[in-house]
Design a protein around this ligand. Structure first.
Ligand code: SAM
Length: 140
């Protein structure tokens, strides 16, 4: 998408990923030649500072398992759905992705599916089977 814009939200915990920072992520965007179309914000996934329906697509990579408790993860899933526009698409990569099917359906999503990804997305650890969750927010 050559004209698309992206907003990256994270709380940049080095506990969850070494060398984690907004500055290093900004540098990655620069190296990829997209820094003029990427905005990075410090924001907790459980309480996103965005208007309802603000985004066409919401994507998340290996974040939800780092959020404590089912309540916290459910809250973050609800936030992801809230900030999606009607008809928008959600994609979440995470360990044990099946656990997100029911909360996403409860949050009103349709076409909620999980596709198992290959071992490289699980750092080669068999117990960390990762999946890609896809879901759609109904248009009305
Ligand atoms: C394993 S790292 C994955 C980083 C990156 N998304 C990737 O795929 O390489 C987990 C990320 O989740 C972030 N994180 C943990 N809890 C969070 C929360 N409540 N809200 C937003 N981000 C959170 C951490 O700061 C960290 O950047």
């Amino acid at each position: 998408m050559p004209n698309g814009r992206a907003v990256g939200a994270d709380i940049w915990l080095s506990r969850d990923q070494s060398g984690n920072s907004r500055a290093s992520t900004q540098r990655n965007a620069l190296l990829e030649g997209v820094s003029d179309r990427v905005e990075l914000v410090h924001a907790d996934a459980r309480d996103l500072p965005f208007d309802p329906g603000a985004f066409d697509v919401v994507v998340s990579s290996l974040v939800f398992h780092n959020i404590a408790g089912d309540d916290g993860r459910d809250r973050a899933l609800q936030e992801a759905v809230r900030v999606l526009r009607p008809g928008g698409q959600l994609r979440i990569v995470d360990f044990r992705a099946d656990r997100y099917i029911e909360p996403l359906q409860a949050a009103g999503c349709r076409d909620v599916r999980v596709r198992r990804l290959d071992w490289r997305m699980g750092f080669g650890i068999p117990v960390n089977i990762t999946g890609l969750v896809s879901a759609r927010k109904p248009a009305s």
